[in-house]
Design a protein. Structure first.
Length: 227
């Protein structure tokens, strides 16, 4: 037997494939100048670029397509309470039918209902979440319509590529003696796996060979973020 699960697999048809990703609170600006804040987990990063999987009828998507910017706020595990208070809330009014069926309600003041604090971005007009240990200001680079070959899902979601323009991090998660490195032993992101909240274990599971590569080698020579 390998590990604890053996080697046999069975075919399944799960409704979702959220196998465990960090929670992101996307801050955007509404058309009347007010702020919007929405939790999501369909995000991944490569360098200073990020791909976001978003519903086509989301208020966040509407705001990002209109303004071309956002802030990706990453909550730590101890912010699970405020994040959960945003669950099943939407800035869309009226509430889209699909969300209405899942029990969503319209909330105009997302920061008020969550108890979190908004701070203006420096390179974008979208809001940062002061309490989140990591805040990534970003601008929309490309919008890709997903599932164009699927009659059921066509037109219902977008993969939005954003480029990060500024990174903010709380001093408490920084690596000692390093001005630009977040310490993975100190950073405890909030994780969602199949609709449930989890955190990371407090220590590394095993020595990582990739972890022996100096982080600075991932940055191309002379590269600077474009504002």
């Amino acid at each position: 037997m390998h590990g604890t699960f053996g080697t046999q697999s069975i075919q399944i048809d799960p409704a979702i494939l959220y196998l465990g990703t960090p929670v992101v609170l996307i801050g955007t600006t509404n058309d009347d100048g007010s702020t919007n804040l929405a939790p999501m987990t369909s995000a991944w990063w490569l360098g200073w670029r990020c791909m976001l999987g978003l519903s086509a009828v989301s208020k966040t998507t509407e705001n990002m397509l209109r303004t071309g910017e956002c802030v990706l706020n990453l909550p730590s595990a101890n912010l699970v309470g405020p994040v959960d208070r945003l669950a099943r809330t939407t800035g869309s009014d009226p509430v889209p039918s699909g969300k209405l069926q899942r029990g969503y309600r319209h909330v105009k003041d997302k920061f008020g209902v969550s108890g979190l604090t908004a701070r203006p971005g420096e390179t974008v007009a979208a809001p940062c979440v002061t309490e989140c240990p990591v805040q990534l200001e970003a601008k929309v680079a490309h919008v890709h319509e997903m599932a164009e070959d699927d009659d059921v899902w066509r037109g219902k979601s977008f993969a939005i590529e954003v480029r990060v323009t500024r990174v903010h991090a709380h001093p408490g998660i920084m690596m000692e003696g390093e001005a630009n490195r977040i310490d993975p032993d100190k950073w405890r992101p909030l994780i969602m796996s199949f609709q449930e909240f989890y955190g990371l274990t407090p220590h590394k599971l095993h020595r990582s060979e990739l972890g022996q590569i100096p982080e600075r080698l991932y940055k191309p020579p002379g590269w600077q973020p474009k504002l």
